[in-house]
Design a binder for this molecule. Structure first.
Ligand code: FAD
Ligand code: NAD
Length: 557
């Protein structure tokens, strides 16, 4: 009995003592975190928040891209009775697709015609033959673009072959391996003539946009068309890959020192513009970073030669960058032959005229196992046909002549953009892209003019039409629109060895020239940013990661 009572008292005394202590000295504050630990905590929280936001944004964009909303169907007339005009867009490249992406397709009955049912992100095409980038990662199906527009867009996988600019009629052809036995579709503007393997269609248009690009130039040099490979389309990149793998495997069968083995292991790239430089750099990377691990003996013999007719490569870039690129070539063993103009190509050899420093010319023969031809652009057959039918185009040689509003000279309803035109701007994706966006706005403007003109002619078709106001509005619209102005933002090119060159510009002035590994990262970021869809952006990043981890695939499909 006594002990518990004493214990209770002791405990009570203890707790009184403790509470008086507590009153006298409050518990010490938790130890203050160091500045670094706070910075770390905030950075971690901010990073986590950014990752969550990025995931949500990507998920939203993927959902939006893969679930297009319903579209307004095509109709012959607007509710006020005004005719809805047919706008035919030729091509699915850098000019036509940005136009389509920005166009208000509820204002026109839009028909897109292109033999290629996808958009190709050409800046990354030189990375495709070696497998740095998978072909599928740089293509965007046309139908994902046409289906995402507010108004219905018809897409025909065909190529324009002829045009009657006087009667606004286009002839298009689809070459198919499916034997056609159907009787054809009949409508006022679309007539199909059943054929065996070729379907020919005529199509009427109110406005036509020609965005058919260009074809690789051969300058009529004998043997080029028969023996070389170009780099313009996905099929070209596939062909280069197959030929590269074939020559490597064929050479591998032959004994070392065999002259045929030596020839097979010579890759010649003709044309030192950005296409030639980039593809030469990519092939050399493949040799140095991948082939050397799996077939070291072949890799040590495989040589890349770049032939350029002018004294320097990359003539459109700043001189400092050109010298830098040429230095990088020396480090990577790319054999650069400048001042060397190819005159003839045989099935195993390039024959060229080489100008030496003292101005003397000598003939040189460069044997090859794989020849890639990249000497620029020439007009496509359809463009030549159009030129031949418009008197004002008789002096056009390198492309269609257009005015400041991209209207083809000598016509009043045919527009042209991109590589199929000849203007003061270079034939680049950047120019075609900006022209496409400008044309989308221009067609909105043209619709406003058409509508105002219709309302003035038929004022009773809509309630409360103020004729005087509409007249003023029409006058303003006709006077207001400014012509297309190109805003050059610079140029980027990959030169191999994980280095790139950049000639950046603001408002048309060249301000900053960069070269090296950081520029290579800028090059990559810029191209991911410029890829048309989130799907392409993700796939391209995954391809680069895959190559960084596993290397490039050297199997032949
Ligand atoms: P394209 O993009 O070539 O599109 C033409 C379209 O018309 C295609 O869809 C084609 O199938 C279609 N077509 C063809 N014939 C017909 C027909 N008869 N009827 C209907 N449709 C037809 N530029 C840059 O600014 N930066 C770069 O990094 C860059 N890299 C490049 C890399 C390579 C390998 C190449 C080849 C080019 C590169 N370019 C680059 C240039 C750029 O790709 C072109 O300037 C750009 O593609 C031009 O756009 P376009 O719409 O005029 O033609
Ligand atoms: P290009 O016209 O830019 O260069 C072709 C090169 O081939 C020229 O340097 C020319 O002197 C040379 N050439 C012509 N005939 C020759 C011959 N017989 N023998 C040896 N050399 C000869 O062509 P490209 O590189 O295909 O580019 C086409 C267009 O696409 C250009 O406007 C270019 O700017 C653009 N492009 C840009 C990039 C980029 O910005 N990264 C990449 C590729 C293409």
């Amino acid at each position: 009995m006594f002990r518990p009572l004493a214990t209770k008292r002791l405990l009570a005394a203890g707790s009184r003592f403790n509470s008086s202590l507590a009153r006298a000295a409050p518990p010490p504050p938790p130890p203050r975190r160091s500045l670094w630990s706070r910075v770390f905590r905030y950075t971690a929280a901010a990073s986590a928040l950014s990752v969550v936001t990025a995931v949500l944004v990507i998920a939203y964009k993927v959902h939006q891209e893969s679930n297009p909303a319903n579209q307004e169907p095509q109709v012959p007339f607007f509710p006020n009775g005004q005719k809805k005009k047919t706008l035919v867009i030729l091509g699915s490249g850098w000019g036509s697709i940005p136009l389509l992406k920005d166009l208000d397709t509820t204002l026109y009955n839009v028909v897109v015609i292109s033999p290629r049912n996808y958009f190709l992100f050409t800046p990354l095409l030189p990375s495709a033959p070696t497998g740095t980038i998978d072909m599928r990662s740089i293509v965007e199906p046309v139908r994902t673009v046409t289906r995402s527009r507010p108004g219905e867009v018809i897409y025909l996988e065909a190529e324009a072959t002829d045009i009657d600019p006087t009667n606004n009629r286009l002839t298009v052809k689809q070459s198919t391996t499916v034997k056609s036995g159907h009787s054809g579709k009949d409508s006022s503007s679309l007539k199909l003539t059943p054929g065996i393997e070729v379907i020919t269609t005529t199509l009427d248009y109110d406005y036509l946009v020609v965005g058919v690009g260009a074809q690789p130039s051969t300058f009529g040099i004998p043997g080029v068309a028969e023996h070389s490979l170009f780099l313009k389309e996905v099929s070209d990149a596939n062909a280069i890959r197959r030929r590269l793998m074939d020559t490597i495997e064929a050479a591998n069968i032959l004994p070392k020192g065999d002259p045929e083995r030596k020839r097979l292991l010579l890759v010649v790239v003709c044309g030192g513009g950005p296409t030639g430089v980039e593809v030469a750099g990519e092939i050399q990377d493949y040799i140095d970073q991948d082939l050397v691990r799996w077939m070291p003996e072949v890799a040590s013999e495989l040589k890349v030669t770049l032939i350029e007719a002018m004294p320097k490569v990359l003539s459109s870039f700043n001189e400092k960058l050109v010298d830098y690129a040429q230095d990088v070539f020396k480090q990577t063993n790319i054999d650069l032959k400048t001042n060397t103009k190819v005159m003839r190509v045989t099935d195993s050899c390039v024959e060229a005229l080489c100008k030496s420093a003292n101005g003397l010319e000598e003939n040189v023969n460069v044997p090859y196992g794989l020849l890639i031809w990249a000497t620029g652009n020439a007009p496509r057959d359809f463009v030549r046909t159009l030129m031949s039918k418009v008197a004002e185009q008789k002096n056009a040689r390198r492309g269609l002549l257009v005015n400041g509003k991209l209207l083809v000279d000598g016509t009043d309803n045919i527009f042209a953009l991109g590589d199929c035109t000849f203007t003061k701007n270079p034939p680049t994706a950047q120019v075609a892209f900006q022209e496409g966006k400008w044309l989308a706005k221009h067609f909105k403007h043209l619709h406003k003019i058409d509508r105002a003109q219709y309302l003035l002619a038929h004022p009773t078709t809509e309630p409360n039409v103020d004729v005087a106001r509409t007249q003023k509005q029409l006058q303003r619209l006709q006077e207001k629109e400014r012509p297309f102005v190109y805003n050059h933002q610079g140029a980027l090119a990959y030169i191999g060895l994980e280095k790139a060159v950049a000639d950046l510009a603001w408002n048309g002035w060249s301000n900053l020239t960069l070269g090296g590994t950081l520029t290579f990262l800028l090059w990559r970021s810029a191209y991911v940013y410029m890829s048309l869809s989130i799907r392409n952006q993700i796939l391209v990043c995954l391809d680069w990661t895959k190559v960084a981890i596993f290397g490039r695939d050297c199997s032949k499909e």
